[in-house]
Design a protein around this ligand. Structure first.
Ligand code: FAD
Ligand code: NAD
Length: 466
């Protein structure tokens, strides 16, 4: 009889766990994945990336029809009405299709889904629904959930103070939505409800939106969202909230201290970050400690301090992104099966899927300057033929290169398709490209991506179209 039930058990079937489990099975390992939700795919497929993108896409179509954008192209419409339940049904359909797809992939690859909450009995034994399962290696891929804000209690059922999961499922468009946190979730979901007709106010503790992104991008983001009609209260903190019936009253204060004010809202979205999921895992029982930020520290091979236990995705340090979790899932499976795995944590793109999109990879200009001398090339989307033709004037591309070697250190874009454009920058950086390499790569015309080439040309002061 085999020493263990499985070669590897993943706890959590989000982009980290489900992708890791499939790759482990492809590599011939006997694999199981524990998941407590009714459907596979984790935060990303159930209440994150996918449903938010469905609402972003649908709300964009509604806004184009409702605000006269389509009329410019000769598409004449009568009165435009919103059927929110149809939009929510489209979202549910996307989630159902994709989560069901993972179930199919588990069957195809012979990954066993252990349904229930997993808890360590010892480092090689996981208890699920009262039954013990053993494995040579256990990978913690339990993801993250919303960081609560003391004094602002979320109740998604009531729908007045909600988190991202509640904001994805509102039954009606709120007259006034106040978003606490001007990060990725606040701006994406704030954009959805603004497009559908809500007045949106974003309260952000810091002086700029989108922490972690390049300084120029953050400044431009504030201008763009204000132009779109969002009210921004930067450098402001929320100190409390009360709910009466279907209305909330928030108390705000300048972040630096000062006189407080109140703000009434029909709905409040709390989006101040996410924290790792470790409760109930009994990691203390196997002697595994958390770092000061509540995360599980690992080595490059995702090994934790406990022999036979590894961790990946949102539960470990690094950006909380689905593609980072997926790449770590593949790498951890390859480490377990072959001893070698690859994730380049210096080249992980980040995208905010608003309109326009905000995207970046590598170092910000501020961080690059701290490391040494740099050259920067910038090209405005207004001078890009395709963006101009499509009436998408907002944004720019910025390429940051080492002054001596010309090696590309970071690329930042604001454009309608910045999320797609950033892929070529990531690939170039993965291959150690110089700005000259990008400048001399033939880009199809007319495409938004030509702006990446022009920004690379601008590094040496020779863009053509400005
Ligand atoms: P998760 O996806 O959180 O999956 C962990 C799974 O583990 C969950 O299903 C959970 O039920 C399960 N679990 C936890 N504990 C246990 C246990 N003890 N036993 C059994 N199961 C357990 N990222 C992007 O890259 N692009 C986006 O567009 C994007 N949009 C987002 C939008 C929203 C609204 C949110 C909230 C997040 C978004 N993210 C996005 C972030 C992305 O969802 C996460 O980075 C990603 O899901 C992390 O993957 P993971 O596998 O580490 O964890
Ligand atoms: P975030 O870290 O992106 O933004 C949180 C914001 O809240 C920050 O700007 C922070 O300064 C602010 N804040 C914190 N405390 C505050 C307070 N008391 N009052 C006012 N503002 C406060 O976090 P998020 O938007 O909640 O997203 C969580 C995670 O989910 C992110 O790490 C992100 O990577 C991931 N995510 C990614 C995508 C994407 O890739 N498109 C989309 C959604 C979520």
């Amino acid at each position: 009889m085999a020493e263990y039930d499985y070669d590897v058990i993943f706890i959590g079937a989000g982009p980290g766990g489900y992708v890791g489990a499939i790759r482990a099975a492809q590599l011939g390992l006997k694999t199981a994945c524990v998941e407590s939700r009714e459907t596979l795919g984790g935060t990303c497929l159930n209440v994150g990336c996918i449903p938010s993108k469905a609402l972003l896409h649908g709300s964009e179509k509604y806004e184009e029809a409702a605000n006269g954008t389509l009329a410019r192209y000769g598409v004449k419409l009568g009165k435009v009405d919103l059927d929110l339940s149809a939009l929510q049904a489209d979202k549910a359909d996307a989630v159902k299709g994709l989560t069901g797809g993972i179930e199919y992939l588990f069957k195809k690859n012979k990954v066993d889904w252990l349904k229930g909450t997993g808890s360590f009995k010892d480092a090689h034994t996981v208890t699920v629904a009262g039954k013990d399962y053993t494995a040579k290696e256990v990978v913690i891929a339990t993801g993250s959930s919303v960081t609560p804000l003391p004094g602002v209690d979320v109740d998604n059922d009531k729908g007045v103070i909600v988190d991202s999961t509640g904001a994805l499922a509102l039954a009606k468009v709120p007259a006034h939505l106040v978003v606490i946190g001007g990060g990725v979730i606040g701006l994406e979901l704030g954009s959805v409800w603004r497009r559908l007709g809500a007045k949106v106010t974003v309260v952000e503790f810091l002086d700029q939106l989108l922490p972690g992104m390049d300084g120029d991008i953050r400044k431009e983001a504030a201008k763009i969202f204000k132009k779109q009609g969002m009210e921004l209260k930067l450098g402001t903190k929320v100190t409390g909230a009360s709910v009466k019936g279907k209305k909330a009253t928030l108390t705000l204060e300048p972040a630096a201290g000062g006189a407080s004010e109140t703000l009434e809202a029909d709905c409040v979205l709390v989006a101040i970050g996410r924290r790792p999921n470790v409760a109930g895992l009994n990691i203390e029982g196997i002697g595994l400690a958390l770092n000061a930020r509540g995360q599980i520290d690992t080595g490059h091979d995702f090994k934790t301090a406990i022999d036979g236990v590894r961790a990946i995705g949102d539960v470990i340090p690094g950006p909380m992104l689905a593609h980072k979790a997926e790449d770590e899932g593949i790498a951890v499976a390859e480490y377990i099966a072959t001893g070698i795995g690859i994730v380049n944590h210096a080249v992980i793109p980040g995208v905010v899927y608003t309109m326009p999109e905000f995207a970046g990879v590598g170092l910000t200009e501020e961080a690059a300057k701290e490391q040494g001398e740099i050259k920067v090339g910038k090209f405005p989307m207004m001078a890009n033929s395709r963006a101009k033709t499509n009436h998408e004037p907002d944004g720019f591309v910025k390429v940051i290169a080492d002054a001596k070697t010309d090696k590309v250190l970071g690329v930042w874009c604001i454009a309608s398709v910045a999320g797609t454009m950033i892929a070529q920058a990531a690939q170039a950086m993965e291959f150690g490209a110089t700005s000259e390499d990008i400048a001399y790569t033939c880009h199809a015309h007319p495409t938004h991506s030509e702006a990446v080439k022009e920004a690379a040309m601008a590094v040496t002061g020779k863009p053509i179209h400005i």
